[in-house]
Design a protein around this ligand. Structure first.
Ligand code: PAF
Length: 312
């Protein structure tokens, strides 16, 4: 699908384009991204397009969400390619602001992500969620009333954004889109380009560990310790280092005690490094389908039945 793509580089032109669409009676869908667009992002755009008449995408590599020493400088950037992807995907407006446009007077005003940022990736990436919360609030403030679509791979980010939208009464419906995976099960990520062929092969331990837990859960296993142990058996030999493997409450993200049992659904989330690349992935046990199936030691992708997105 080809659309008449309009590129906006200033906050005011982005705001005007979206308000004009609304004043023509169109519903607006918005997909905030950091660019290096891949099929995962295209699925978010398709979801926005399915729900709304007019679709905007932002591409902004937000400096405030990278901790010192992280990959801000080398984060993949290719706006020309992203523009082509957006055109092809039927996007109406592409917003590509500069750092000066998003932070005209520095970054004194910050949004604190609260308790949801104190677990999982929060302590390991100081300032990250404050940066995400701040930039997403700015982007949503510019976008105005809309449906904003985010991927569930960044599960903690999604919960934080939902909380901001609720707490700040933003006129936004937040939609969490299921994780999009390659056929070998690896979750799509702009950072996958950093992986060497050997690292990529080792990274497959992640979807396999999630799949193993999903299977155990579907067979009735509820002991947190057993679910964690099964995941570690696959992850430990493959990881260069593990940041965390956690079984947590699916909404408040508090880790469940290892000696306890899951009641209802639970998030199983992983963050680990393969080589120098940090990868994250997750599954909500009791809710999401297993990313892979295992039979006689062989792993294969299940028939994708396009799992439903969840909206706030
Ligand atoms: O998920 C991302 O790509 C970013 O964290 C986001 C939401 C666009 C904020 O910079």
């Amino acid at each position: 699908m080809m659309a008449n793509l309009t590129k906006a580089t200033t906050a005011s032109s982005f705001r005007d384009l979206l308000s004009r669409a609304r004043s023509r009676g169109a519903s607006v869908g918005f997909v905030p991204t950091m660019g290096a667009l891949h099929e995962g992002h295209c699925a978010l755009v398709d979801e926005a397009r399915r729900r709304c008449d007019f679709v905007a995408v932002s591409v902004f590599v937000n400096p405030t969400q990278f901790a010192p020493g992280e990959d801000f400088a080398r984060y993949p950037r290719n706006v020309e390619r992203d523009e082509g992807v957006c055109r092809q995907a039927g996007v109406d407006v592409l917003f590509v602001p500069s750092v000066g446009e998003m932070y005209p007077d520095g970054d004194d005003t910050k949004i604190s992500a609260g308790a949801l940022a104190e677990v999982m990736c929060g302590p390991l990436r100081p300032g990250h969620f404050e940066g995400v919360a701040t930039v997403v609030t700015k982007l949503l403030a510019l976008a105005g009333p809309c449906t904003a679509v985010f991927g569930r791979k960044d599960y903690q980010q999604l919960q934080i954004i939902k909380r901001i939208v609720t707490d700040l009464h933003l006129p936004v419906a937040v939609v969490g889109h299921p994780i999009v995976r390659d056929s070998d099960g690896l979750a799509k990520s702009s950072r996958n380009v950093y992986l060497s062929p050997d690292e990529r092969r080792r990274a497959l331990a992640i979807p396999r560990a999630l799949a193993r837990a999903a299977r155990a859960f579907s067979e009735g296993e509820r002991r947190v310790e057993v679910l964690l142990r099964g995941a570690h058996q696959l992850l430990d030999p493959a990881a260069s280092s593990i940041d965390y493997v956690t079984v947590a409450h699916p909404t408040n993200l508090k880790p469940l005690a290892p000696e306890g049992c899951v009641e209802g659904t639970a998030l199983l989330a992983v963050a680990m490094r393969v080589g120098a690349t940090r990868l994250i992935d997750n599954i909500v046990l009791g809710e999401d389908p297993a990313p892979l199936t295992e039979s006689n030691g062989r792993w294969s992708a299940p028939n994708q039945s396009n799992p439903a997105s969840e909206a706030q």
